[in-house]
Design a protein around this ligand. Structure first.
Ligand code: SF4
Ligand code: SF4
Length: 443
């Protein structure tokens, strides 16, 4: 059987899925100790093996999608640790996306508030990033005028239900300037030009970590890349694919391919692990699209995570002059280490920075609980995972935590703020950009 068709509504996402993917699990259980939800509950249904059995039962027509099935798919973090552990090469990422799409298609989770939130976010806000930026600007105004701080100190938030108070406390600080206000549409290579690349500035990344986008472009330009960053970009659709909105994810993939024709670039760069893991699989997403499938195959080959690309082209080390001693530990974003199998390159980049001591983090590959919007929909499990992560971070004695994904940055930042810890949380590329600037200042 082929991948689900783009041309009409699916009968069933799991039944339509290539059966070789559905039946690959041999029930060995080697993935169980790596699964954070199974590790917490020790229940088979909360394990990869249990979830795959449920998916297969639906694909085989032995089970209809039920509320329990759908809840289970949303209790899964989608961290893909099970894929790394699996000796049979089970493609859990593909199963997971289709299982969530099946859950959505069945309507078993439908409720008016849930539909309202999903329509607002997935079908409106993230379908046109101008809308997201408008919300971002409003939030920035609210924060910079001191209104957020005033509201927080006034005690009025005590009137809200506890869950809303918790969500309010997680509101991220919006950057003073978005990517397009800091980065030219085309940034020339600072050295003789070797490559022409595009940088995807992302959706939430652009609002909350536009400084990481600026640093990414700067580092690329310093290493011989001409960088193209159109001011108006689209969401990559990973949020949609991970939340069961398969058709919307396809729509957004086509927009990306139209905006960044892959044949025009040596590489299409992302600095967000969650996006990268999704962006590299457009060919599968558009498998039955006669117009886009071939272009999607070229696209997949051009998408590179920033760490991967820099180590591939060879990085100019920053000069040692003026570099402070730094003790840094590295948290591996799930969608970088499990989703893209990129583990060495971020460490190599950190080790290139003079006077930076990299201290290995125990359980560096264990999910921090961010997992897209998991920390919003499953707060208890997300907090448990965050506590575990922070305990390990503290044990390293490092003053800085580096990680290559906006979700992880935000999750750990929130944990540090709430617990009043003195830790800097930063993208590895920012540490590299800072090292270049310091070296320039001492030249
Ligand atoms: S993706 Fe993560 S949470 Fe889900 S089954 Fe695999 S290891 Fe467990
Ligand atoms: S997913 Fe892989 S590791 Fe887990 S039970 Fe199935 S075959 Fe074994």
């Amino acid at each position: 059987m082929s991948a689900p068709s783009v041309s009409g509504p699916h009968v069933s996402h799991l039944k339509d899925l290539d059966y070789s993917v559905v039946q690959q699990c041999m029930h060995c259980g080697l993935c169980l100790p790596t699964c954070p939800t199974y590790d917490t509950t020790k229940l088979e249904r909360n394990s990869p093996r249990g979830r795959i059995s449920l998916m297969r039962a639906i694909a085989d027509g032995r089970l209809e999608p039920t509320r329990t099935f759908a809840d289970e798919m949303y209790y899964c973090l989608g961290c893909l640790a099970c894929m790394t552990a699996c000796p049979a090469g089970v493609n859990y990422a593909e199963l997971f996306e289709h299982a969530r799409a099946e859950a959505e298609q069945s309507g078993v989770l439908k409720s008016a508030p849930r539909s309202l939130i999903r329509n607002f976010t997935l079908r409106w806000l993230f379908l046109d990033l101008k809308r997201l930026q408008w919300i971002g600007r409003t939030l920035r105004f609210y924060q910079r005028l001191g209104l957020q701080s005033f509201v927080r100190h006034s005690g009025v938030l005590r009137l809200l239900p506890q869950r809303l108070r918790e969500l309010e406390a997680m509101t991220p600080a919006v950057q003073p300037r978005f990517s397009a206000e800091m980065i030219s549409a085309v940034t020339p290579a600072l050295k003789p030009k070797r490559y022409r690349v595009a940088v995807l500035t992302g959706c939430a990344q652009d609002l909350i970590f536009s400084d990481v986008n600026r640093d990414t472009v700067e580092v690329l330009a310093r290493n011989g890349c001409e960088v193209v960053t159109p001011p108006a970009q689209h969401c990559c659709g990973s949020l949609h694919a991970h939340n069961g909105e398969w058709e919307l994810a396809q729509q957004l993939a086509r927009k990306q391919i139209d905006q960044f024709p892959p044949q025009d670039f040596d590489a299409i760069i992302t600095n967000a692990a969650g996006c990268g893991s999704h962006l590299k699989h457009y060919a599968k997403l558009l498998a039955d699209d006669p117009i886009y499938h071939q272009r999607a195959q070229t696209w997949d080959g051009k998408v590179k995570d920033i760490h991967e690309w820099l180590m591939q082209i060879g990085l100019t080390p920053p000069l040692a002059k003026g570099q402070p001693v730094q003790q840094v530990t590295y948290h591996e974003a799930c969608h970088l280490c499990h989703g893209q199998k990129i583990t060495m390159q971020p460490r190599q980049i950190l080790r290139i920075i003079p006077n930076l001591k990299l201290i290995e983090l125990p359980e560096s590959m264990w999910c921090c609980g961010s997992a897209g919007i998991y920390n919003l929909i499953q707060p208890e499990m997300a907090t448990e995972l965050l506590d575990r992560k922070l305990k390990h971070i503290k044990s390293t004695g490092a003053e800085t935590v580096a990680t290559g994904n906006p979700g992880c940055l935000l999750q750990i930042l929130n944990g540090v703020r709430v617990r009043n810890l003195s830790l800097r949380i930063v993208h590895p590329i920012t540490l590299l950009a800072e090292a270049y600037r310091r070296a320039d200042a001492h030249f």
